[in-house]
Design a protein around this ligand. Structure first.
Ligand SMILES: Cc1cc2nc3c(=O)[nH]c(=O)nc-3n(C[C@H](O)[C@H](O)[C@H](O)COP(=O)(O)O)c2cc1C
Length: 209
C-alpha cells in the first residue's frame, strides 16, 4: 500500500526511525525488492552497478548482527559521552540511538549495502567515487520505504565490527566495503514531521566560501 505523499512530503518527512519501528509486522520480501528496484535507479559511477545488497531476514542471523551493533555502539558511546555537539535535543537523539539496541534484534529485516572494493587507504577522489556510487541509492531506498509506510535509520556504527559482520554473512571482506546497517520495518503510524536543520541562510554562500 502506498501513502501517496508528494515528493516534497517524502523529502521532508523521511526521518531516522528507531522507536517507531513496528517489530510485530512482517515485511514481505516483495516490498523490499520493490523498494530496491526503485533505489537502483540512482546514479552510480560509469553505471557499473558493482554494488551488492544483502538483506538479512533470518531471525537467528538478525540476532547475531544486532549483537554486533550492540557491541559497536558500546564502543562508540564511550567516545561520544565526553563530547557535546550543541545540537537541539541532543540528549533525546542519544537516548533514541541507544534504544535501537533493544529493538534491532526484533526487526523484520535489515539491509547491508556493499560497495565493491575496500575504502581503506583510498585517495579522496577514489573514495568519493565509491561512496558516491551507492549512498544515493540507499537514500532512495529510504524514500521508497517511506512512501510505503515503512522506515529505517541510517546507521554506521557497525562498521567498527565490519569484519565480524562480514564473517557472519559470508561477505568477502577484502572485496567489499559495508555502507552501514539499515533496519527495515513498517512504522508505527505514518505521520512524520519535518526535522530541525540549520537554516539555509547559515550554510549557503554564493561565489565564495
Ligand atoms: C552517516 C550517518 C551515520 C549514522 N549513524 C547512526 C548510527 O550508527 N546509529 C543511529 O542510531 N543513528 C545513526 N544515524 C542517524 C542520525 O542520527 C539521524 O539521521 C539524524 O539524527 C537525523 O535524524 P532526523 O532526520 O530524524 O532528524 C546516522 C546518520 C548518518 C547520515
Amino acid at each position: 500500500m502506498k501513502l501517496n505523499l508528494s515528493v516534497d512530503e517524502v523529502l521532508t518527512t523521511t526521518r531516522a526511525v528507531r522507536k517507531r519501528l513496528d517489530v510485530s509486522k512482517p515485511v514481505p520480501r516483495a516490498v523490499i525488492e520493490e523498494c530496491l528496484e526503485l533505489a537502483l535507479q540512482a546514479p552510480n559511477g560509469s553505471n557499473r552497478n558493482v554494488w551488492r545488497w544483502v538483506v538479512v531476514d533470518d531471525r537467528a542471523m538478525i540476532a547475531k548482527v544486532a549483537d554486533q551493533y550492540k557491541g559497536a555502539l558500546g564502543d562508540f558511546s564511550k567516545v561520544r559521552a565526553s563530547e557535546s555537539t550543541g545540537i537541539p535535543r541532543e540528549d533525546k537523539l542519544m537516548e533514541s540511538a541507544l534504544s535501537l539496541v533493544g529493538t534491532l534484534d526484533k526487526v523484520p529485516a535489515m539491509l547491508i549495502p556493499l560497495m565493491s572494493g575496500r575504502a581503506d587507504g583510498k585517495s579522496v577522489p577514489e573514495q568519493a567515487a565509491m561512496w558516491g556510487s551507492i549512498t544515493q541509492a540507499v537514500w532512495s531506498f529510504f524514500l521508497a520505504l517511506r512512501e510505503r509506510g515503512l522506515g529505517s535509520v541510517w546507521t554506521t556504527v557497525t562498521l567498527q565490527r565490519e569484519k565480524e559482520i562480514a564473517g557472519l554473512l559470508g561477505i568477502p571482506f577484502d572485496q567489499y566495503t559495508q555502507v552501514g546497517l539499515f533496519p527495515i520495518a513498517y512504522t508505527l503510524g505514518t505521520d512524520f514531521k519535518k526535522a530541525w536543520r540549520k537554516p539555509v541562510s547559515e550554510v549557503l554562500s554564493y561565489n565564495k566560501f
